[in-house]
Each structure stands twice: as C-alpha cells, then as structure tokens.
Design a protein. Structure first.
Length: 75
C-alpha cells in the first residue's frame, strides 16, 4: 500500500483509510508507539491494554456467575 504524506496544519501526516484502520485494529484516539529504524523505516505499534490478574479474575467470576445454569448443564 502506498500513501502520500500530506500537509495538515503546520504539521505533516498520513491519512489512514478505514480499510487500513480495520486491518491494524485501530480506531481514532488509539495510542501507538513510533519507532524509526536504520534505513528510515517507520514502525507504528499499537499500545494495547493488558488485563491484569485481578481484573481477569473478577471478569471470570462475573461470567461464571452470569452463566452458572449453562455451565451446570454442560458439565
């Protein structure tokens, strides 16, 4: 895919169309890390939030409680 750098106000930028945003699983407002490598390659890496063990356990308890009848029938 080829993109053209555009003037945006006093800055320059790339416009990401919807297809590219979908492929990268990005949306407006997401945060990315920008890395510049030897030779000028620029890599954008999305910062994805990671669920910690406490939140994961709480979510699992909530799902189990909500679906207790289903889990009993499947057991």
């Amino acid at each position: 895919m080829t993109k053209t750098i555009a003037k945006i106000g006093n800055s320059h930028g790339l416009i990401f169309d919807a297809a590219l945003m979908d492929l990268a699983r990005l949306k407006a407002g997401d945060t990315v890390t920008v890395s510049v490598h030897e030779g000028g390659s620029i890599v954008l890496t999305p910062l994805r939030t990671v669920i910690g063990p406490v939140k994961a356990a709480a979510t699992a308890r909530r799902v189990i409680r909500k679906n207790a009848d289903l889990f009993r029938r499947l057991a």
